[in-house]
Design a protein around this ligand. Structure first.
Ligand SMILES: Cc1cc2nc3c(=O)[nH]c(=O)nc-3n(C[C@H](O)[C@H](O)[C@H](O)COP(=O)(O)OP(=O)(O)OC[C@H]3O[C@@H](n4cnc5c(N)ncnc54)[C@H](O)[C@@H]3O)c2cc1C
Length: 335
């Protein structure tokens, strides 16, 4: 889906130059460090290449005139001059069409829908390692060229190679949203005090306790991680739709926030391209509205399907039964 969008934007060749087809490799280990699966892409496989987030953003935004630092606070449809947008700097402007592509906590969404994201029960804590080829050759061998994942009971550790010797690591676990306020009560760890999420060493040692008993090389991913970023996973209701509001629409996470199983950025890009195509061929305001309605119908149908798939996927990936994760990957590989 992402490559389709990049093709429509005339950016496919630049994408291919930056992307990493070898990043499609996927290795699964058990908590003892035994390799259970080791998938390698075929040399000509370009179906799901990886690209670093920053590179993709630069590729997409490079040709555009972006006004940075102009946060939107509110959107009011139906004014005499069109849709009114209020900015954090106190300014306001009206537009024929406002597209809320402003992510999970969209300020545009309330103009069309009262839905708000809810917590999935799964939290990620993200960390990263730099210069791995020189500093952590053992971890390079452990991870391989793409991603490596270890699934335990209600826990998972995922590491992904990025370019430039950078590795992203995600510790994932089922926990109440306020898990860090009382590690003893919420996580069964023998620690009374609450965890300060800004305290790197305290987070590291709590994560190591949470993953206690896992193979030492796997835990090295946490031991060598630099900063830790707390990412509780929120989602919008599956099949989120709204009554069409002339002049305002949503796309991407603002419209259909779902668990991060490799789809959200791809969907957002394809939707952006499709909306642009429909708007570009609509000559007048009535046609513009019709074009947006048609776009919304198409987006809702496709995103609804993916929201169901990713919600079911998250249940199986961070599950009381770790064999579910392996079964899910086997199903994906054989489909
Ligand atoms: C850990 C993790 C891993 C992921 N991995 C993948 C993956 O491998 N593949 C994949 O396809 N997806 C992945 N995703 C999902 C993907 O990141 C999102 O679905 C995608 O970024 C959504 O794009 P978006 O443009 O809708 O929203 P965002 O990327 O959230 O962009 C929203 C933009 O709006 C801006 N904004 C927010 N509020 C305002 C405001 N009030 N005023 C002005 N601007 C505002 C923000 O600064 C931001 O630039 C992952 C997500 C996570 C958390």
């Amino acid at each position: 889906m992402g490559q389709l969008a990049l093709g429509k934007a005339g950016l496919l060749a630049e994408f291919q130059a930056l992307s990493r087809p070898e990043g499609q490799a996927m290795r699964i280990l058990d908590v003892d460090g035994t390799v259970l699966r080791d998938w390698q892409p075929r040399p000509d496989d370009r179906a799901n290449p990886e690209i670093d987030r920053g590179q993709l953003r630069d590729l997409l935004l490079g040709p555009l005139d972006v006004q940075w630092g102009r946060g939107v606070t509110e959107v009011e449809p139906g004014t005499r001059d069109g849709v009114l947008v209020r900015f954090a700097d106190g300014r306001q402007e009206t537009f024929d069409l406002v597209v809320g592509a402003d992510g999970a906590w969209s300020r545009v969404r309330p103009a069309v829908s009262s839905a708000t994201p809810h917590y999935t029960g799964v939290t990620l804590v993200e960390t990263s390692l730099d210069d791995v080829d020189t500093r952590h050759p053992d971890l390079v061998r452990l991870i391989g060229d793409g991603s490596m994942a270890v699934y335990g009971v209600n826990r998972a550790l995922v590491a992904q190679r990025n370019s430039g010797g950078h590795v992203k690591v995600y510790a994932q676990f089922r926990a109440p949203l306020d898990w860090h306020t009382d590690l003893d009560r919420h996580m069964g760890l023998n620690r009374r005090a609450g965890l300060d999420l800004a305290d790197v060493e305290a987070v590291r040692s709590s994560l190591l306790a949470l993953f206690d008993g896992w193979a030492a090389p796997v835990l090295d991913l946490l031991r060598h991680g630099t900063a830790f970023v707390h990412r509780p996973l929120y989602v919008l209701p599956v099949s989120h739709t709204w009554t069409h509001v002339p002049g305002v629409t949503l796309l991407g996470d603002a419209a259909h926030l779902m668990p991060p199983l490799g789809v959200g950025a791809n969907l957002a890009m394809l939707e952006g391209a499709e909306l642009a195509e429909s708007v570009a061929v609509s000559p007048g305001p009535t046609d513009l509205d019709e074009a947006v309605r048609a776009f919304e119908e198409q987006m809702w149908a496709r995103a609804g399907r993916w929201a169901k798939i990713t919600a079911a996927g998250l249940e199986r990936l961070v599950s009381p039964d770790p064999t579910e994760a392996l079964a899910l990957f086997d199903e994906i590989q054989s489909s």
